[in-house]
Write a protein that binds this ligand. Structure first.
Ligand code: CP
Length: 378
C-alpha cells in the first residue's frame, strides 16, 4: 500500500489524558493546553493513517451523527474518522427525527446516546438555536448515563452550530501549522466576508476562526461590509485571546485593507444577522424563503467583495483558504481557486483527524502510549 510520510509528533501523555470525558462544543471551552494536546493527537492519527497503520480502538461501537443541515465534507469526515477508529458510523438527517414533533433536545440526546458510543450534531442555519440544541443534547446523554450508573463515555462533537464550527477551525489551524512549519505566530491572517449569491451562510466558520487563530499569536484582521457583524461575544473573545497570546485582532470595513500584506486570506460569505435572526420565528417554508431572498438581495450590494487575482497581488504571496464549498466566480475567482485547489483539499482533510482526536481522546485511557505503540510497531 502507498504511504504518505508524516512526522509523528511528540505526545504529552498527561495533557492527552486530561481530555478524557470531554465533549467539544466550542474550541473556546478548551484551554490552550487542551488544544495543543488535541492537535498532537490529531497529528499522530494523520501520521499513522499516512503510514497505513490501522487504529481500531473502539470495535463494534456506534458513532451517531445527526445533520439538520447540508454537508459534504463533515459527513464524510465523520464516516472516515469513526470507521478508522473501528466504529460503525451512522449519519441521520435531523429532519427525520421526532424533534419537529416536539421531542426536546435533551430527550433526543438521552434516546440516541443510550445506544451510541460517540455523537456528532450539525445544527447551524438558525441563529440562536444550534448551540443550545447541541448543549441540551449533550446534557441529555450525560444525565442519562449518570442516572443509569453507566460508565461509558459518549462524547459530543459539534459538527457546526450557529456559533462555532470547531472541527473546521481546528482543521484550519492544523493545516496552517503544517504550511508554516509548525507555528502561526506573527502571521498576518485576513478573515474576510465575501459575496455569495447562493444562500445566507452561517456565521460560525468566521467566528470559529477569529476566536481560535488569535490564541496562537497570529495577527488576525476581520473584514466585512456594514450590516454583516459577527456576534459581539466572538469579537470580545478574539480581542481577549489576541492580548493573551501576543498576537493582535482588528476589524476593517474593506477587503483590500485586510488583504494588504497578508500571509493568509480566508474570504468567505456569511449572512446579514438582522435578517437571519428572523429564521428563529419563521412560520413555515414561505417565510423562510422570504428571509433567504432578502438576505441574498442584501449580499448583492457587495458583489465586489471577491477574492481575485488583483487582491491576491496585494498580499504577501498569501495562502488562500476556504472551508468549502466556495461560490466560485462570486466569493473567489476561478483562477484563484484553481491555483489553491490542492491546498484547500489538504485543509479539508485534517477535519477527519481532528474528529479522530476528539473521539479517541475523550474515550481512551492511556491514549498517548497506545498511539506511540502503534507508531513504533508499524
Ligand atoms: N466546510 C464544511 O463544513 O463542509 P460541509 O458543509 O460540506 O460539511
Amino acid at each position: 500500500m502507498a504511504h504518505i510520510d508524516r512526522t509523528f509528533p511528540s505526545l504529552d501523555h498527561d495533557a492527552i489524558q486530561a481530555l478524557r470525558g470531554r465533549s467539544m462544543l466550542s474550541t473556546n471551552d478548551y484551554s490552550r493546553a487542551n488544544l495543543d494536546a488535541l492537535s498532537a493527537v490529531a497529528n499522530a492519527f494523520t501520521a499513522l493513517d499516512g503510514a497505513a497503520v490501522k487504529t481500531p480502538l473502539f470495535p463494534q461501537e456506534l458513532a451517531w451523527a445527526l445533520f439538520f443541515d447540508k454537508s459534504t465534507r463533515t459527513k464524510s469526515a465523520w464516516a472516515g474518522a469513526s470507521s478508522r477508529l473501528g466504529m460503525q458510523p451512522v449519519i441521520v438527517d435531523g429532519g427525520t427525527t421526532q424533534v419537529s414533533h416536539g421531542e426536546t433536545a435533551e430527550e433526543t440526546g438521552a434516546m440516541i446516546g443510550m445506544n451510541s458510543h460517540a455523537m456528532g450534531i450539525r445544527h447551524c442555519k438558525i441563529l440562536g438555536q444550534g448551540r443550545p440544541f447541541i448543549a441540551d443534547n449533550t446534557k441529555g446523554i450525560d444525565d442519562y448515563l449518570a442516572a443509569m450508573g453507566d460508565p461509558r463515555t459518549v462524547p459530543m462533537v459539534n459538527l457546526q452550530c450557529d456559533w462555532d464550527h470547531p472541527t473546521q477551525s481546528m482543521a484550519d489551524l492544523l493545516w496552517l501549522q503544517e504550511y508554516f512549519g509548525g507555528s502561526i505566530r506573527n502571521k498576518k491572517i485576513a478573515v474576510s466576508w465575501a459575496y455569495s449569491p447562493s444562500y445566507a451562510k452561517p456565521l460560525s466558520v468566521s467566528q470559529g476562526l477569529i476566536t481560535l487563530l488569535t490564541r496562537f499569536g497570529a495577527h488576525v484582521t476581520l473584514a466585512h461590509p456594514e450590516g454583516y457583524p459577527l456576534y459581539e461575544e466572538a469579537m470580545d473573545l478574539a480581542e481577549k485571546h489576541s492580548v493573551e497570546s501576543g498576537g493582535s485582532f482588528r476589524y476593517v470595513d474593506n477587503m483590500d485593507a485586510a488583504f494588504e500584506g497578508a500571509d493568509v486570506v480566508y474570504p468567505k460569505s456569511w449572512g446579514p444577522v438582522d435578517l437571519m435572526v428572523g429564521r428563529q420565528d419563521a412560520k413555515g417554508e414561505a417565510e423562510m424563503d422570504d428571509i433567504e431572498r432578502r438576505a441574498v438581495e442584501r449580499n448583492a450590494r457587495f458583489r465586489d467583495w471577491i477574492c481575485d487575482e488583483r487582491r491576491m497581488g496585494i498580499t504577501n504571496d498569501a495562502l488562500y483558504m476556504h472551508c468549502l464549498p466556495a461560490d466560485i466566480g462570486d466569493e473567489v475567482t476561478h483562477g484563484v481557486m484553481d491555483k489553491f485547489r490542492v491546498e484547500c483539499a489538504r485543509e479539508a482533510n485534517y477535519k477527519m483527524y481532528v474528529m479522530m482526536g476528539l473521539i479517541a481522546s475523550a474515550k481512551q485511557d492511556g491514549l498517548g502510549e497506545i498511539l506511540e505503540k502503534y507508531w513504533n510497531d508499524r
